[in-house]
Unconditional design. Structure first.
Length: 425
């Protein structure tokens, strides 16, 4: 089952935000994330807050039940694909009440999971219309859904586009059957490319593929095969992530038992460099350490909002939100979430109000991952001095530093965490 959430102070039942969070509302970009916590099967490497039908029952719980303590909704109805859209819409309306009369047109919406496309396209559209009704969508707003390749077909993608979605991100992971098997992925290797073609034919403006590298047993040739297959599918965006063996997953158990070797850091670094080489040659430029785009317009605007200290409200079980330096997270289990929503109280489990030093650390940590880099002016005096050594070590660009920014070199991207520590000492 998914891991536990961090500790924090209680969230008021009415969801009231501190004055420090409300200050500046409407002057920062605002997005909405909608977590759809359902999957047909659980992949062996995944520790996301997702549930299969077998993991959800029908026993009701009280609104103040701890996350994970029961398996039904407050009204006695199980939280399911059929009942979930109404719960999500209820939280959207709750968010509007909490944020009161602040003018907050939504610039990005992201349906994540889980597998959002297990919901019928019309239901995703209904949730999107609720967001538009309560907050208003900015003209040209980016609306993304994640999709497992086996969860959509040509007709479904056409319906999703008709509902107003503008961007789709397919979980490809690999083009090699043996690698997919280790990851417990069930789609056929050629399916993501067909989905990408269907999405373009349906009129999606932006199509992304997600890859994972470093799977136990994956060879150098396997990784190049996956990259070549991704490029051949002609997406305008690719994400490539190093495999992390998360505690509590089936993959972690297999590694612990010695059935599979753990990922090797040197291999992961080499795979990243190969990814950058292949994707760059195909016209996809890195704009965040793990993300490449064909043009600035192809970047994921929703993720850019996260990386540039914007505001967002996370809808759904376990979803995280951030408004003006206050971060909170919802109860994880759909049953506890449904109980809170049915009672008209905040589904927030806990929150933290970030002090300025913490916000500063996050600004540097996130900015350094972007191709625009981190402005030197936001660093402390010690951080500015350390910027010189970062350049001297070949981890950041000397030309960029002369322009007042810290921009990582390719080698620096492999050591981004170490660079962040130097700049925030």
């Amino acid at each position: 089952m998914p891991g536990v959430l961090p500790d924090g102070e209680p969230v008021p039942a009415a969801g009231t935000l501190p004055d420090s969070a409300r200050a500046g509302l409407g002057r920062r970009p605002f997005g909405i994330y909608v977590h759809v916590p359902f999957c047909t099967t659980r992949c062996g490497y995944c520790d996301f807050n997702t549930y299969t039908a077998a993991e959800l029952g029908a026993r009701p719980v009280s609104p103040d039940a701890p996350a994970g303590s029961a398996t039904g909704s407050a009204a006695g109805r199980p939280v399911s694909l059929a009942t979930y859209p109404d719960l999500a819409i209820a939280e959207i309306r709750f968010a509007r009440q909490v944020l009161a009369d602040a003018d907050l047109p939504v610039s990005t919406v992201f349906f994540g999971g889980g597998t959002p496309t297990l919901l019928p396209p019309a239901e995703l559209g209904r949730i999107l219309r609720a967001i538009d009704t309560e907050f208003g969508l900015q003209p040209g707003a980016e609306v993304t859904t994640e999709a497992n390749p086996e969860s959509v077909d040509e007709a479904a993608l056409g319906e999703l586009r008709a509902q107003g979605l503008t961007r789709v991100s397919f979980g490809m992971q690999s083009a090699v059957p043996g690698v997919l098997a280790v990851l417990d992925r069930v789609h056929q290797p050629g399916r993501p490319a067909r989905c990408a073609a269907w999405a373009r034919a349906a009129g999606f403006e932006h199509v992304s593929l997600d890859l994972i590298y470093g799977t136990p047993g994956e060879s150098d040739a396997d990784w190049r095969r996956s990259l070549d297959a991704a490029v051949a599918a002609a997406p305008d965006h690719v994400s490539a992530y190093a495999l992390t063996v998360e505690p509590g997953t089936r993959l972690a158990a297999r590694v612990r038992r010695g059935e599979l070797p753990p990922p090797d850091d040197d291999v992961l670094a080499d795979r990243y460099l190969v990814a950058d080489e292949v994707l760059s040659a195909a016209g996809l430029t890195w704009y965040e350490i793990s993300n490449w785009a064909a043009a600035e317009s192809s970047r994921c605007a929703h993720n850019m909002l996260y990386w540039t200290d914007g505001d967002w409200w996370g809808i759904g079980p376990g979803a995280h939100s951030h408004v003006g330096g206050t971060r909170w997270w919802n109860v994880r289990h759909p049953a506890a979430y449904g109980a809170r929503i049915a009672a008209g109280t905040s589904p927030g489990q806990a929150r933290e109000v970030l002090a300025e030093p913490e916000r500063q650390l996050e600004r540097v940590m996130l900015a350094i991952r972007l191709t625009e880099g981190c402005p030197v002016e936001i660093l402390s005096p010690a951080g500015r001095l350390n910027a010189q050594s970062v350049v001297a070590e070949g981890l950041a660009s000397a030309d960029a530093l002369a322009r007042g920014r810290i921009v990582l070199t390719r080698r620096g991207r492999l050591l981004a965490d170490a660079v962040t520590r130097k700049l925030t000492d």
